[in-house]
Design a protein around this ligand. Structure first.
Ligand code: SAH
Length: 217
């Protein structure tokens, strides 16, 4: 079978798996179907592009598991007019999925080489509603704040205030919180007039959020 056909078959199998695992928002399933994950996965792992697993990428980081990408995207409850901030561009896969649903996605990555590769993929896929930059996600993106939604794809020890500050009232923040290697929980925090509402959604395992911009180039 030519490589392209096998990717199509595997992609259909993956979206069926995601449905069985409880992903039901048609916009999320549609976005997963539209984004070619093989573009975001290193050459050596091409045959695993549509496996429901996280895979290694450059700079010691990982491209998240498709189920987690779909789960977090669904949990954000985005509207099509929403402006979304993402911390941890990585391969850009989660960014691309968000960009199919939201109005604009702002994404920050601390490793420049990862960011540059991700930006090349956004251009190739004509994803023109993504604005990205190299920077320290712990600072957020003050010039573009406030955001309707914020999604963090690296684990923090606790919820940084900056994300609450840069969230609109009524806005939603999704963030993995907990120690580096184990015991992390995915939290959904809703900023309400009365205060913050926090829900624990799922145990997860993410690479840690690290302060500052990496000096690799
Ligand atoms: N959503 C990405 C996940 C990448 S892993 C994907 O599916 O490909 C998490 C990413 O967060 C890593 O690339 C890591 O470099 C980045 N990261 C960690 N701390 C950060 C920080 N303070 N600011 C910006 N990015 C950060």
């Amino acid at each position: 079978m030519p490589e392209g056909d096998s990717h199509v078959t595997h992609k259909i199998r993956l979206t069926m798996q995601l449905r069985h695992l409880g992903i039901s928002d048609p916009r999320v399933l549609d976005a997963i179907e539209r984004v070619p994950r093989e573009y975001f996965v290193p050459k050596t792992f091409q045959e695993h592009a549509y496996d429901n697993t996280a895979l290694p990428i450059a700079c010691g980081q990982t491209i998240s598991q498709p189920y987690i990408v779909a789960f977090m995207t669904e949990a954000l409850k985005m509207g099509e007019q929403d402006r979304v901030l993402e911390i941890g561009t990585g391969s850009g896969y989660q960014t691309a999925v968000l960009a199919h649903i939201a109005r604009r996605v702002y994404s920050i990555e601390r490793h420049k080489p990862l960011l540059q590769e991700a930006e090349a993929r956004f251009r190739k896929l004509h994803l023109t509603n993504i604005t990205s930059r190299a920077g320290d996600g712990f600072k957020g993106w003050p010039e573009a704040a406030p955001f309707d939604r914020i999604i963090v794809t690296a684990a923090a020890e606790s919820v940084p205030d900056v994300f609450i500050d840069q969230l609109k009232e009524g806005g939603i923040l999704i963030i993995p919180v907990g120690p580096v290697s184990h015991d992390q929980n995915l939290l959904r925090i809703t900023k309400k007039t009365e205060g913050l509402e926090s829900e624990t959604l799922l145990p997860v395992r993410f690479v840690p959020m690290v302060e500052g911009v990496s000096s690799d180039r």
